[in-house]
Each structure stands twice: as C-alpha cells, then as structure tokens.
Design a protein around this ligand. Structure first.
Ligand code: XMP
Length: 513
C-alpha cells in the first residue's frame, strides 16, 4: 500500500468520493474519513495533507459538523472547499455570513497568481460555485487569494500554517483549472512523492494476499461482472489453485455471456485457479414459473443464488476465506470508517449463511471502479470484461416484464445482442453508460409477408448518467435506432414491434423491474 496518504474529511458534501478520485488520479493515495474522526486518530494515521469537503450546512449552526481546532496545529497542510473553507474561517476567528442570494453554477473567479495554489492558473478562471454562506472576513494570519463579483473571499491562505481554502469546488469538472490547484496542493504544499500507481498496487496486493492467506483455501462467487472478475484474477495471481471460483450461471445472463466467462476463467482460460460452473438455469426457471410480481422474482433469484452457491461450497468443504469483490464506493457508502462492513449486495441477496469460512477477504476494497478496471487490464483480462457495462444481479429476470420463461429469455438475448452490436458499430458504446433491450409483456398484431403475427414488443433502453441515481435517455441517432429495429424484427422470432424508452430517472428507473 502507498506510504503517503491524503485524508479527505467528509462534511457531508456530495463530492467526497470525487475528491479522493481526483487526488488518486494525480498519483497520490487518498481515503475518505468521517469528519468526526478526532484529532488523535488523524495524528496516528499521519496523512501528508487533509482536505475538508463541502457540506450542506451552515457553520454557525450548533448542530452542524464542526472540527476540533487543534487539527490546525498538527503541522499537516489543510485545503478546505466550500463548507470546508467556511469552517476554517469560522473556527479560526474569521466571519461567515449568509448572502441574500446564492451563488450557483459556473462562476468566473479572479485569482492572485502569487498564491502557490493558483501559480499557473489564468488570472480569471471559471469555477463551480454552490453556496449561500460566504466568508465575510478572513481569520488573523490569512490573506485573500481569490474573489468573484459577489464573493469577497473565494480563496484564502495562511502559508505559515499551511492552510488553504477555496469557496468553489475544484473537484468538479466545471472548474476549468481544478486539477492544477489539486496538483499544487499535493506536490508543492504537501510535498507528496506521487507513489500511487496501479503497478505497485498489484505487486503489493499480491504480496499481502500471500501473507494473509498462507496455505489457506479461498472461495469466490464469480458473477462475470467487472469487480468479481478482477478480484478473481488478482487472487489467482497471488495464490493460484488455493482459489476456487464458483460461477452460478442462472440462465438469465446476456447472450453467450456464460460461455465468455468460462472461456476466460475455465480450464481453457489463462488463469490458474479452480473453476466450477453451475448451470442452474433449469432450476431457476422451475422456481420462476408463473411468478409475475417483480419483487418476488428478485427475491427468488437472489435466494436461489445463495442456495446454489451453498450447495457447491458444501462439496468443497470448509474454506479459510470467502473473497468478495467489494470496491471503495461500497465501503464508503455502507458506513464511513466503520471498518469491515460486509457487503450485503442486492446483487446476490446477502451472504451465504451455510458456508464455512473464517474470514472475508476483499482485495479491491480500497479501489475506485476505474482503478479496478486498470488492475483488470494489467492482469490481462479482455477488454469486453473490463469495460462491461453494469448488469444487475438478477440479470434478464428484471428485464422481462411478467413471467420469465426460457423462450422469453432466448428472445430477449437475441434482441439485446443485436442492439449491443449496432451500438458498438455506431461507436456509441462508451458514450452511453448503460443500454439494453427489455421484453414487455405485451403482444400485438403485425404482418410479416402475407401472414398475421401476434408477437411481443421489445423496448430499447439507453441512458446517460454519472452516478446511476439520476439518468437521461440517450439521444441515439434515429438511423441507428431504425437499423436496430429492422434487424430485430427480421432476425428475432417472437418480436414484431420495437419501442425506444424516452423516460428519464426519476421518474423511471434504469431497469424495468
Ligand atoms: P435502477 O433500475 O434502480 O438501476 O435505476 C440503477 C443501477 O443499478 C443496477 N441495478 C442492479 N444491480 N442488482 C445489481 O447488482 C440489482 O438487483 C440491480 N437492480 C438495478 C442497474 O442495472 C443500474 O445500473
């Protein structure tokens, strides 16, 4: 693990993870901690620098998150953003006031180039602002380093104590030169060496997995998704055949996906591990017969997964470790700083209870998704696995409205494969964050040659989103949609109508169930 670290203290802002990612992108390891961590703990961890995030509160309200002012005397450089900046001003004796109007959006800021943070930033630079409170007076020892038309203190610093602050958000891409400001803080103020590289991570991790596992045996549930695939390759490099991967193919994967997973991880693949594929499709279909309620379908699929996995694990016998592909956003979201929170993923409906293991091992728990992908590429995983779009645990089960049958799965797999092929051909596959076909439960009349048809209608879904919490329908060129429609109605037996879903999220969801 990296020797140097930047601590991101979370004051409730929505960009806490983004800040850590920006820092890591510049080659310095960063972790998010709750603002309540306490000065003793900070001293013990010994970060090279601390960043205070933004937050929705007002510093002068008692219930707001504050900080023990002795943090300012640790001799560790501090950089505050938005609420974090106001907090610095407030705690050190400056003045924070509420403005009659909020400053929101892209805002030109005039900066003082003699500040190390802004040394090579244009004198007037565009930043992202989102605040109502503002720093009316800087604390003693500080000087103003930036301002806007409405905001007298858009930046301030006390070089002697190594404390810097900006009212805007340098972490969001709308702040044109934010990356330069981060770089100056990391390298000029904190004097970081920049040792966070994925090559080193892989080497270090392999070493520490070997140390931890010893001669033990490890079991991993492989789904074919990015996280579990990368976890499997990393573990396999570290401990080879001490690792057993169980791949439960529930028969609800995309077309050929089960075979693709097997081609990579199976006996003919490139990794040294024990691979067990369970073709559980027929069992799933038997339990799903006649079930139409979305929640019930999800529950059946999730629970079935656990049962099948447990059954296979029993055959293997007791293992020492259960490996999970938990990644950093899961760790942060499931409770900051609470330590090893076990991921109860809606993917698989919880952890198996009847599998004997001593400990959980999570080799990716400190990585962001793009870092996980880099590790996957370094370990030789094929692009189509590494850049796979999100695919829900219950698979096509939540993309078939109503009862799930093998016939409907076949129809949907064929339609979806055509859609994905055409999107890739049109060069849109990296622009659209998630796209897939879904099968409605509606059958309509059509004509095919001289015959009347009475077949299913399928829906094409494509969304653009940063966080999958909100999303917009993608503006796919009509010609591409038309081509997909033509191919689907021509080539897929069972579909005679194709719709495009224009619904954003909210009010829609990305999936259909
Ligand atoms: P929704 O449909 O809630 O989807 O807008 C948001 C994102 O989450 C994915 N998703 C799931 N992922 N198990 C998963 O692992 C699930 O049960 C599940 N349901 C939705 C969905 O594909 C989208 O990326």
């Amino acid at each position: 693990m990296s020797k140097e670290m930047i601590m991101v203290l979370d004051f409730g802002g929505q960009y806490n993870q983004l800040i850590a990612r920006r820092v890591r992108d510049l080659g310095v390891y960063a972790e998010v901690y709750p603002s309540s961590i306490g000065v003793e703990k900070i001293r013990e961890i010994g970060p090279k620098g601390i960043i205070f995030t933004g937050g929705p509160q007002s510093v002068y309200k008692e219930e707001s998150q504050h900080i023990d002012p002795s943090v300012f005397s640790l001799g560790i450089p501090i950089f505050g953003f938005c609420y974090g900046a106001q907090l610095i001003a407030y705690e050190l004796g400056g003045e924070v006031k509420t403005a009659p109007v909020s400053e929101y959006g892209k805002t030109p800021v005039r900066v003082d180039n003699s500040s190390v943070i802004f040394s090579d930033v244009q004198e007037t630079t565009v930043t992202w602002m989102s605040h109502t409170d503002y720093i009316a007076k800087v604390p003693e020892g500080f000087r103003v380093t930036a301002h806007t038309e409405n905001c007298p203190v858009a930046g301030m610093e006390d070089v002697s104590r190594g404390i810097y602050a900006v009212q805007f958000h340098p972490e969001v891409s709308h702040t044109a030169e934010g990356s330069k400001m981060f770089r100056h803080f990391l390298y000029d103020v904190c004097k970081c060496a920049g040792d966070w590289k994925m090559d080193t991570f892989v080497e270090d991790q392999i070493r520490s997995i070997r140390e931890k596992v010893g001669n033990g045996r490890v079991l991993l549930a492989l789904s074919g998704g990015v996280d579990s695939s990368v976890a499997a390759t990393l573990m396999s490099k570290a401990i080879g055949r001490q690792l057993t991967c169980v791949f439960v193919d529930h028969g609800l994967m995309r077309k050929n996906e089960g075979d693709e997973v097997e081609a990579v991880f199976g006996p003919k693949g490139q990794y040294d591990l024990n691979f067990i594929r369970v073709n559980a499709g027929p069992e799933y279909f038997a339990e799903l017969e006649g079930v139409t309620d979305p929640e019930q379908k999800r529950k059946i699929i999730g629970e079935k997964f656990i049962r099948v996995f447990e059954r296979e694990a029993k055959k293997i016998g007791a293992v020492d470790f259960l490996c999970q592909g938990t990644i950093y956003p899961d760790v942060v979201e499931s409770g900051l700083g609470k330590g090893a929170t076990i991921k109860s993923h809606h993917n698989v409906g919880g952890l198996p209870k009847n599998v004997e293991f001593k400990e959980i091992i999570e080799p990716l728990r400190m990585l962001f998704k793009d870092e996980v992908r880099q590790v996957g590429l370094k370990l030789g995983l094929p692009d189509y696995l590494v850049f796979r779009q999100p695919f829900p645990g219950p698979g096509l089960g939540v993309r078939i409205v109503g009862e799930v049958t093998p016939e409907k799965v076949r129809i949907l797999q064929d339609a979806d494969a055509i859609y994905r092929e055409e999107i890739a051909k049109a060069g849109l596959d990296r622009k659209i964050n998630q796209y897939f076909a879904a099968l409605t439960n509606m059958r309509t009349v059509g004509v095919m040659g001289d015959f009347r048809t009475y077949d299913y209608a399928c829906v094409l879904r494509a969304v653009e989103t940063d966080d999958f919490m909100t999303a917009e329908a993608s503006d796919i060129p009509f010609a591409v949609l038309e081509k997909v429609m033509n191919r689907i109605v021509d080539e897929v037996k069972g579909i005679n109508r194709v719709f495009y879903d224009l619904t954003s999220k909210p009010p829609g969801t990305i999936e259909f169930e």
